[in-house]
Design a protein around this ligand. Structure first.
Ligand code: SF4
Length: 460
């Protein structure tokens, strides 16, 4: 068995140069990763990376999104800032060849990637949105400084079954002179006695009335988009858009399954998190994201076939819930002897296949309602438990998001549900955007979790 080692930024540069000298073909956004430090992404100096050229493509693709958005604008495309729904509206927006969608919400990670270099959190504080809000407050500051993404031609944001943090911050964004088209995503309630329910992708159920309501909201968004940016999205276009999105989702599904079920981890936790995030809006290039993810899948399949991976077969199989604002904590998992075998990063609905046997706007309505944040925490917990069983996870990390209004209670619900079914350790941690002062205690907690899981393994 061949053990892989994660490498530093400096080692990435050296490996990249070597790969080029062997005739490797870099994509147009390729290059040494260290160049992104000069662009301000100082935080990447503190990360450890997978040692492959395809993983470097993944990072380069992620870190060049702003350039892609500016190029799209120069090419005459309209930029649509979709906010909060995480995965559904971009399918509709990309259905039109003249439109590009992106999530301003992605500013969530800027303080970590830039190592707080441009003080976005301080700017948010000055705008009255302090640390009692979740890290998405960095998005508000990014709108004000204008340094991280081009001003969108149109902004669309979901309300209703969304967290208080996002609603309050998006209202502040609008108040600062950025008009928003609001659309309602209702809370996915339980069915009444005589109501018809429809099973959604991912297994939850929604009332038909609610699906019809969201479908009408989709129709309204299409109408306003046509009026605002002059692009009419037809049902035929959406059918094609769904088919393209499903290709990306199928690739990610295969990637996740291959990683979660491999004897030894073929890819580190950090790169898998980045890959999963691509499902939300294709990192602003729907065709290229498939190239990047297919390369990653091929690499992972080759490693599994060759028995190559990180750590050994005795590493603890960990299920991770919620994304971390400080990406270094994903590196910490392997350093403590754990590997990822199951994830739920708040956007599982962006990973599921979109139905193709029903009218396209209804299919998107079902996807929107399948959002884990649109329903009860018990629904989320049920899906997590099904995946823990499926992937044989031996321990669970619930990563709380500081200030996030939903995190105080849902962690308890999810933890209790897991404990009522499985005899495996569960730990709740909290990870701020820059976690320097918490690193020692986080490491202690993760190490303890791994040790407990190993102890339980021996007793079984
Ligand atoms: S509170 Fe949670 S769901 Fe809301 S924006 Fe923050 S991380 Fe996202």
């Amino acid at each position: 068995m061949d053990r892989l080692q994660q490498i530093t930024l400096e080692e990435c540069d050296a490996a990249y140069g070597q790969w080029l000298s062997y005739g490797g073909q870099a994509p147009r956004y390729g290059g040494r990763l260290s160049r992104h430090v000069k662009d301000g992404n100082k935080g990447i100096e503190r990360l450890k990376f997978d040692n492959s050229a395809v993983a470097m493509n993944l990072w380069n693709f992620l870190l060049t999104e702003e350039e892609r958005l500016r190029e799209a604008r120069s090419a005459g495309k309209k930029l649509i800032g979709t906010m909060k729904d995480l995965g559904t509206l971009p399918v509709m927006v990309y259905a039109h060849p003249g439109l590009v969608a992106f999530y301003p919400d992605g500013a969530w990670w800027i303080p970590c990637l830039m190592d707080e270099n441009d003080r976005l959190l301080e700017v948010a504080d000055q705008l009255g949105v302090d640390g009692t809000f979740c890290p998405v407050r960095a998005m508000l500051a990014a709108f004000v400084t204008g340094d991280h993404f081009p001003a969108p031609d149109m902004l669309i944001c979901s309300v209703g079954a969304t967290c208080d943090d996002f609603s309050a911050i998006a209202q502040r964004v609008e108040g600062l002179g950025n008009p928003i088209l609001w659309w309602e995503l209702p809370h996915r309630r339980a069915l009444g006695h005589d109501e018809t329910g429809i099973e959604l992708p991912g297994g939850a159920c929604a009332a038909k009335d609610q699906i019809d309501f969201v479908k009408d909201e989709m129709t309204r968004i299409i109408r306003v988009m046509a009026d605002t940016v002059g692009a009419s999205v037809t049902d035929d276009m959406i059918v094609h858009g769904i088919s393209e999105a499903n290709k990306v989702r199928a690739c990610l599904a295969e990637l996740r399954l291959t990683i979660f079920t491999a004897d030894i981890a073929p890819l580190p936790a950090l790169e898998l998190l980045v890959a999963e995030m691509m499902a939300i809006h294709f990192c602003s290039d729907r065709d290229e994201v498939l190239v990047v993810l297919s390369g990653l899948l091929e690499l992972v399949q080759q490693r599994v076939a060759a028995g190559v991976g990180y750590l050994g077969p005795d590493s603890v199989r960990v299920f991770w819930i919620n994304p971390v604002a400080d990406l270094r904590v994903m590196n910490m998992l392997e350093e403590c002897g754990g590997r990822i075998c199951g994830t739920e990063y708040l956007f599982t609905h962006a990973l599921d296949q979109i139905p193709t046997h029903i009218p396209p706007r209804e299919a998107l309505a079902r996807m929107a309602l399948a959002d884990p944040m649109a329903g009860a925490a018990q629904d989320r917990a049920r899906r997590i438990c099904a995946d823990i069983k499926r992937f044989g996870s031996e321990a669970v990390i619930i990563s709380r998001i500081p200030g996030a209004s939903h995190c105080a209670l849902e962690g308890v619900v999810i933890k209790e549900t897991i404990r009522s079914i499985f005899d495996i350790p569960v730990v709740e941690i909290e990870v701020p955007p820059v976690s320097d002062t918490f690193q020692a205690s986080l490491r202690t907690r993760l190490s303890a979790l791994i040790e407990i899981a190993k102890g339980q393994r021996k007793r079984k």
